[in-house]
Design a protein around this ligand. Sequence first.
Ligand code: ZN
Length: 276
Amino acid sequence: MYQFDIAQYVDFRPPGYLCPRCASIWRADEQLDWPQGWQYFSDDTLEAWRCEVCQLWFETSRCCPDLKDYLKRWHCSLEFHDLASHLRSLGSAAAELRSPAGQFARPGRALRNMLAALNQARHFVHVITWGLSWEFIGMLALLSHRVSVRAVVSACEEKRAQQLLEAQAYGGEDFEVIPLCQGDLSSHPHQKLIVIDGIMAISGSANFTIPSWREVDNGHEHVLIETRPEHVWELNKTLFSPVWHRWHPVTNDVVSMRRHGRRWADSLKRIEDIDF
Ligand SMILES: [Zn+2]
């Protein structure tokens, strides 16, 4: 019989940081408390940090904020209070999602548990999907008042794309959506992924739509629930970050950590272009 060993908890390291451009997830370095996937470079002309996933250089100097403070300013530093309780809540939702529907399950079991897991988010939610239910636009906007929400929606109808973009006006400060509704559909990403706080990921065939999630209970859609942090980060890194990086409006290869703005992307613009 399997028994949980609390000694395993000693080795557990939660995610610590996100890259502001590609949204890759990094664990905090145990000694230095810096993102492990960022490298520091220094020579006579340049002091910089580089994200190993999107290769963006973050230029720094003595008058710049510390890297940790910089990431904190843009809501890219993840601190979990009462982590044990958070893990229990997400773990419970994951266990419910993994359990077979069964003959006596209440209708909407999978959808209900997926929403329950989303509702546990404390820092961020990443979504990549092919199509999106109307209801989920409001749900993501509401969620974004509490946590950062980043979503890429492939094969998005024009009207839905318009509503998604409008939702950013009534959503929270860190609500970013990229609806893909033009051009060759074969260039749109087809993978489906939901990442919650870098602790839980849901991948598989189900789109972020109510009909798709109803079909999970019928066995006509398949979802995989990942709760091992390193695997969650890898899914985020391979399925979400390249897409986010590709479609994100920030095209700079080097950014200065000295700049300010309302959003991170604004901090990279020339001062006269910022929409205050
Ligand atoms: Zn990056």
